[in-house]
Design a binder for this molecule. Structure first.
Ligand code: FAD
Length: 634
């Protein structure tokens, strides 16, 4: 007997990470009478990418102390993404992000003070240092206080968005289930904010059997934002810009504090510079009209690429020369360890296990498997409307369809009415990181309140049959397991029971990771791919989708969550491959190289790639949208 609870809300927030917490706080600020409900698959006190904590806030402009300007920041972000960003969206969160950080300060987050100036200690030009182990509990407390604990529903895995029965472009809520007790939740909401984070484990991770589940972006970032957006028919953008970061080998420890604060250099295996031998070649292929190679801060993707060229030339691995900057018993050693203890504890555990002393020896740096994200140095996600005061209202010469335009009334509303996005879920505006994601949540929250007020008379039209059949679909893997539970051919293996009539989540996940790694530019192919490989990937994904529909099985509620996470990852993977196929150039060589189009092509591809999936027909549509500069730089 399935238990179903209906929850009515003015605003539903899906995901209680940085963006979800920001949306909760801001929505309640503007609408004290609104019922705002937040559904989170874990527990917001320790959920999302910041679960373990962080050691720096990566986006803080320091306007108060005149450290930077919004224009400088926009220029940097544009250059880092090789010229393609929605400048209206970046400018918008950048002008508000400092106020978010000041709120964190007020709420008790220990930000390192700069006593002489009254500002904060800088890690780099845009980053400030924090003692951030408790970053997430502090931010979550603000969201909990704003909404009231009765409106925060933890342990709810949201699987599907629900559309209005009478308006196919209108989202009116979502469906999820409690992963502990199996109660289904049908959320009916006037506005929905999707903030379910980014996507890891779509590509085969570097750490496999020996460290299964270890990755830089956390394994619980299950691409639910993208999966739900895609399946519901929202226009997606820049899904090809899936992202690769340099990290300490095996533990995926971040490198920011080492490079920026401690000024540690990365060398090749022989202590030499990795950039100089390749700069001329990189300038030739990827210089582009924007002269990205020569910008004051070299774009992330080009630095990553140069390291790879060194390995391919046989001069790897890359080494972080910690022995030159970390001195035993000094502050530098404390910083080196705190950096990991704040956010990637596994790196310290690995160093302890290997008797590694950073003050004595350098340590290897590798590039990770690709992640699908919208908040870091990349920009996958939904294509949203921009803010009224910055965004061009109508772009002449382009179709009126929202998928081509930049503005349709509500800031951060996706192309679907009533559905907003924030954080990793929201595309074309990178470099938000934790503070910018919270800020974008605030922007979406405020905008959703406006939408609710403008549509206060509208009745939510949710079809009962549609909901019942969705619940039946979500339950199916559990029932499939029960129906055929005695067919198991071999007993529990290290992975899962083997049964020719069932596909358990790990079996499906490993298959997906193999396809993406080998066909779509994963680490085992040095992030290289081409049309033939991508088409083969699509064909194999198609088989995987069919098998998911017919064989996906789950033994309990927890596995059912993993099964639907897998579905979200599969849909996301398909979008990634289709976008990579469509963009016939190599724009971010550190992230992937199209070997059949190995150079940057600004004449034809200085554009966004947008897409829309039609779940009824299974058809995808992809197109180009021009990049509009709202600020001209000399
Ligand atoms: P998240 O914070 O990940 O939140 C997403 C939420 O959605 C989670 O709570 C998740 O449980 C929930 N969810 C997912 N799927 C579902 C579903 N189906 N149903 C219900 N809920 C769901 N930023 C910095 O500023 N400085 C740093 O130094 C820094 N370092 C980082 C180091 C690491 C190791 C990592 C992983 C990230 C780091 N970041 C840093 C980036 C920052 O954490 C992210 O940019 C930010 O958390 C993104 O916010 P978000 O709300 O979009 O996603």
């Amino acid at each position: 007997m399935t238990r179903v609870r209906y929850v009515d809300a003015d605003i539903l927030i899906i995901g209680g990470g940085m963006a979800g917490a920001g949306a909760a706080w801001e929505a309640r600020y503007w609408c004290r009478n609104c019922r705002v409900v937040l559904a989170e698959k874990a527990n917001i006190n320790r959920s999302g990418a910041v679960a373990m904590g962080l050691s720096a806030i990566n986006t803080y402009l320091g306007l108060k102390c005149k450290e930077n300007t919004v224009e400088d920041y926009l220029k940097y972000v544009r250059g880092d993404l090789m010229g393609i960003v929605r400048e209206d969206l970046v400018y918008d969160y950048a002008r508000h992000v400092d106020s978010t950080v000041h709120l964190f300060d007020e709420w008790g987050l220990p930000i390192w003070p700069e006593p002489k100036t009254g500002c904060y200690v800088r890690e780099g030009k845009w980053q400030i240092m924090i003692h951030g182990e408790s970053y997430k509990p502090i931010v979550a407390e603000a969201a909990r206080k704003a909404l009231g604990d009765e409106n925060i529903l933890n342990r709810i895995m949201v699987t599907h968005l629900i559309k209005s029965a009478s308006n196919p472009n209108r989202v009116v809520g979502a469906l999820g289930f409690n992963v502990n007790d199996g109660t289904f939740y049908v959320f009916r909401a006037k506005a929905t904010i999707l903030a379910a984070g980014g996507g890891s484990q779509i590509y085969r991770p570097r750490s496999q059997g020996e460290g299964l589940g270890r990755s830089w972006y956390p394994p619980w970032s299950s691409a639910s934002s993208y999966g739900m957006l895609i399946e519901t028919g929202a226009v997606m953008t820049m899904m090809e810009a899936r992202f690769v970061v340099p990290r300490f080998k095996d533990g995926y420890g971040p490198v920011g504090a080492y490079q920026l604060l401690l000024k540690t250099r990365i060398s090749n295996a022989y202590g030499q510079d990795f950039w100089k031998p390749h700069v001329d070649e990189i300038r030739k292929l990827y210089g582009g009209k924007g002269k990205y190679v020569d910008s004051p801060i070299t774009p992330t993707t080009l630095r990553v690429f140069a390291q790879r060229l060194e390995w391919m030339a046989g001069r790897g691995p890359s080494l972080m020369r910690t022995e030159e900057t970390v001195k035993k018993g000094t502050d530098s050693e404390a910083i080196a360890y705190e950096d990991f203890l704040d956010m990637t504890i596994s790196q310290v555990v690995i160093w302890a296990g290997q008797n590694h002393e950073p003050s004595e020896r350098p340590y290897e740096v590798i590039t990770t498997e690709p992640y699908v994200m919208g908040s870091h140095a990349t920009e996958c996600g939904a294509w949203p409307s921009g803010p009224e005061d910055l965004t061009p209202k109508k772009i002449d010469g382009l179709p009126g369809d929202r998928g081509y335009q930049y503005y349709w009334g509500y800031n951060r509303m996706t192309t679907l009415d009533g559905l907003f996005c924030a954080g990793d879920a929201c595309g074309a505006n990178p470099h938000k990181f934790s503070s910018g994601s919270f800020t974008e949540g605030r922007l979406a929250g405020k905008s959703a309140v406006l939408y609710v007020m403008d549509h206060s008379d509208e009745k939510i039209d949710m079809n009962r049959d549609q909901v019942d059949s969705l619940i039946a679909k979500v339950m199916e893997p559990l029932e499939r397991y029960q129906r055929g539970r005695y067919n198991v051919v071999t007993g529990p293996s290290y992975m899962h029971p083997v049964d020719p009539t069932k596909m358990f989540w790990k079996q499906g996940l490993f298959r997906l990771q193999k396809i993406m790694d080998e066909c779509a530019g994963g680490w085992s192919n040095y992030y290289m791919t081409n049309e033939v490989m991508l088409n083969r990937g699509l064909e194999l994904l198609q088989f995987l989708k069919e098998d998911f529909m017919n064989y996906a099985a789950a033994q309990d509620w927890h596995e059912l969550m993993r099964v639907w996470e897998l579905w979200h990852r599969i849909l996301t993977a398909e979008a990634v491959i289709r976008h990579m196929l469509f963009r016939k150039e190599t724009r971010w060589p550190g992230y992937y190289v199209r070997s059949d189009y190995p150079a940057l092509d600004d004449d034809n591809w200085h554009v966004f790639v947008n897409s829309r999936y039609d779940a009824k027909t299974g058809q995808w549509e992809l197109w180009k949208v021009p990049v509009i500069h709202i600020i001209e730089f000399p």
